[in-house]
Design a protein around this ligand. Sequence first.
Ligand code: ZN
Length: 139
Amino acid sequence: MSSSFSCRGTVQTGKGRILGNWGFGRLESSPSELSVRAPLLSRLAFTPKDVVSLDSFTRIPILYWGIRIRHVRKDCPQTVRFRALRTPESLLSGIEGSGFLPQGVESDECLACGKTMPKTAAACPSCGWTFASDGANDA
Ligand SMILES: [Zn+2]
């Protein structure tokens, strides 16, 4: 049941609360890639491993809603969102129906050895260092 999915809308990129709006954009999804582009924005493409999750948001129905691509790419804007007239739910189901399934894991850098470690890990897989402090943060 894998087929490509695409939708027109507005791409938003940026960091924190400061977002640029890129009109006349397009979101495309396939089993191997999720991408957004717009006439004045170079194409941003993500593999399933780049994407941690796809979150919907609604500020004002129809006027201001869409999805956010939570990703782990360091070379892309931290915030990548896509707004369309169709509901966020239908965008998400369209992407899911295309066969694109997020597989990314947010990672942190181990403060001890500098290797990347999954954000959910209790201890560094490389050196065993752990976030849990030995009493320093106890109330
Ligand atoms: Zn480590």
